[in-house]
Design a protein around this ligand. Structure first.
Ligand code: PFF
Length: 474
């Protein structure tokens, strides 16, 4: 039997510190950029309701499972799974899914930082514009005064065409992520979460109120919550399931890693529920912030990934206070992205510490620089390497550039695979007594959890995996 990984010995200073950090990990680009994009593209209500079902029936049991593994293991994901396997008399080979998770997290952070870099650039543009508005004595004017719609939209294309600009933004963002992770759990990750998450919520509520006052919140609410079930196609269900996993940070061992820093005995079921509720509320609030603004100006909610970068800046132009709130909007996304990217980099970093015996600084540096370099390939895929199709031989990725290929491969293959193995491991292999005593669930809650994790999760996640890989069978 392989020896369990050595414990990293680090820990959260309190239960609320863990909750803040875990909510920070869950709330990210997935909530504010991807969720409204998907909801808009998929026709709103039916997608949203199905998504909420996925979060609570599949996501929540998996969140609890990952935290449980970390809490028992007290070390990196691979070592933690090995420890649970040992205590449950199961094969240590199960720890392989911790490895898959660490690789997935490493790949995701590489392109996540590139996308966050776009947000950083837009925050800079809007911040500069707001500064000019102040200097002109008109701080409450609309954003980007003097630019027409074509010019505002052109900014995105110009940014993609400039490798230097993309690289600079990616470097700054990855540098910040690396710095926080290298500082460690309590003085890096926890500190960042305790400052950034309250700021995030203040910004979010401010922007939702702004959208309600200046925008068309009634139309937005109708769009988000009135289901048209004919729109719930198998593709839409598939993307809702995949989005639920991504948004809750599942399948990449992120919550195993964060869970391993819980020291005292704590109510894991309640903690998991808080994470799922908070993450979903933020996604819905992001929809209730973005769509009133989009509808107020009569724009298209189904704009796709450019919704945030082209549709919204134009909308902010025509709205009073648009310069200020447009700037705050991009700051909000940036804050959400930082607390998620650190959780992603932490997974391979903890693995380097626990399994390879590296120091935290060395491990963070090796994986941070590695992800930085892969990110550089992703951003070159928008210009110099625009014709490169890394998995072009596979029909699923025939026409996808470097970034979309890594995003698609991790999202469609690695993440569901990680989630599937987690559910089988917890549902069928882990020792029931260990599960019961560690989670502290009531008998009823425990029964429901075991049922969902042993039956519903493996079946539903297998469906996501298979239909994601072979879309033609839908
Ligand atoms: N949940 C994050 C988001 O919604 O943006 C993305 C993510 C972060 C996925 C951390 C996985 C992870 F471990």
């Amino acid at each position: 039997m392989v020896a369990a990984g050595k414990t990293t010995g680090e820990g959260w200073s309190s239960r609320s510190a863990f909750i803040l950090a875990a909510v920070g990990a869950a709330v990210g680009l997935g909530n504010i950029w991807r969720f409204p994009t998907l909801a808009g593209e998929s026709g709103g209500g039916a997608f949203v309701i199905f998504y909420i079902g996925c979060v609570f029936l599949l996501g929540l049991p998996l969140v609890l499972s990952e935290i449980f593994i970390g809490r028992v293991g007290q070390t990196d994901a691979v070592g933690s799974i090995r420890k649970v396997a040992q205590d449950s008399k199961a094969s240590h080979r199960w720890s392989i899914f911790g490895g898959i998770g660490a690789v997935a997290a490493f790949l995701i952070v590489s392109f996540y930082s590139v996308v966050a870099g776009w947000v950083l650039y837009y925050a800079g543009v809007m911040g500069w514009d707001f500064l000019q508005a102040i200097m002109a004595g008109d701080p409450f004017r609309g954003a980007l005064a003097g630019e027409n719609e074509a010019q505002i939209q052109q900014r995105l294309g110009d940014m993609f065409a400039s490798p230097g600009l993309l690289l600079a933004m990616h470097l700054v963002f990855m540098g910040l992520t690396l710095y926080i992770v290298a500082r460690g759990v309590s003085s890096g990750i926890e500190k960042a979460a305790t400052y950034l998450m309250p700021a995030f919520f203040v910004l979010l509520f401010g922007l939702v109120i702004y959208g309600a006052i200046e925008g068309d919140i009634a139309e937005a609410a109708a769009f988000l919550f009135t289901p048209d079930w004919s729109k719930l196609t198998p593709q839409v269900m598939n993307s809702a399931l995949g989005q639920a996993l991504f948004s809750l940070s599942l399948g990449v061992a992120g919550l195993i890693t964060y869970g391993s820093y819980i020291k005292e005995k704590s109510n894991l079921g309640g903690t998991a529920a808080i994470i799922a509720v908070a993450d979903t509320s933020v996604a819905l609030l992001a929809g209730l912030m973005i769509f009133p603004i989009v509808f107020a100006v009569g724009l298209d909610p189904a704009a796709g990934p450019t919704l945030v970068f082209q549709t919204l800046p134009f909308a902010f132009q025509t709205m009073p206070g648009g310069a200020l709130f447009g700037f705050l909007f991009f700051v909000l996304i940036l804050v959400a992205a930082v607390t998620s990217s650190i959780s992603l980099l932490e997974v391979p970093t903890a693995w380097g510490i626990g399994e390879l015996g590296w120091s935290r600084a060395k491990s963070a540096l090796v994986f941070g620089v590695g992800a930085l370099l892969i990110g550089v390939l992703c951003l070159l895929g928008y210009n110099v390497l625009a014709d490169v199709r890394p998995l072009g031989f596979w029909s699923l990725f025939e026409n996808t550039d470097i970034l979309d290929t890594i995003d698609g491969f991790t999202g469609k293959v690695m993440l569901p695979l990680g989630a599937l193995l987690t559910s089988i491991f917890i549902g069928w292999k882990a020792d029931a007594n260990l599960l019961r005593t560690t989670t502290g669930l009531s008998p009823l809650a425990f029964g429901v959890w075991r049922f969902l994790i042993a039956w519903l999760c493996p079946i539903a996640v297998t469906i996501i995996l298979v239909t994601g890989l072979f879309p033609s069978i839908l």
